[in-house]
Unconditional design. Structure first.
Length: 164
């Protein structure tokens, strides 16, 4: 019955979340919504939340046991060097980077474009939740480091801005 609710979490959403976590450099993740609580950890000695409902505990048990080393996934993020005088707009969370609001639409920003603090520069998606990323500064777009559809880590540099 709950699968027909619009806010119900589908099994494929959980699988996507676990896959994203396993590809990340995160050690732990705790996600809590009105209908679900999940704790993922790469540490076999990690303590699980004590008050987890039985259904959430069952969903949590498999991912914590299936820890995958994520050190190789984090390597590309460390290779970006931000030139002196430039500022990187960074990923606010782990997820999939999108340059445009939908496939085939123009990118939010292009290289050489003047942007304002409130300019939306990209989207980060995780579990069908889209987080708009705003520039946060005034300047000119000089580089787009992430590729459209690429998995990005928390705090990974996405776009390089020359402030003005």
């Amino acid at each position: 019955m709950s699968a027909t609710k619009p806010d119900a979490v589908k099994p494929e959403d959980l699988e996507n979340l676990i896959e994203l976590f396993n590809r990340s450099a995160w050690d732990e993740m705790h996600l809590k919504t009105d209908t679900l609580e999940i704790f993922l950890s790469n540490d076999p000695n990690a303590r699980r939340p004590a008050a987890a409902p039985a259904t959430a505990a069952a969903a949590v048990a498999a991912p914590t046991a299936a820890a995958v080393p994520a050190t190789t996934a984090a390597a590309p993020a460390a290779t970006h060097t931000i030139p002196d005088g430039m500022i990187a707009i960074r990923a606010p969370n782990l997820g999939t980077f999108y340059r445009a609001p939908k496939p085939g639409a123009p990118a939010y920003v292009e290289i050489g474009q003047q942007i304002e603090e409130s300019t939306e520069v990209c989207l980060i998606e995780v579990m069908k939740l889209f987080t708009p990323v705003h520039a946060g500064l005034r300047g000119i777009v000089r580089q787009v480091l992430a590729k459209d559809g690429q998995m990005v880590e928390f705090d990974e540099p996405l776009i390089v801005i020359e402030p003005n």
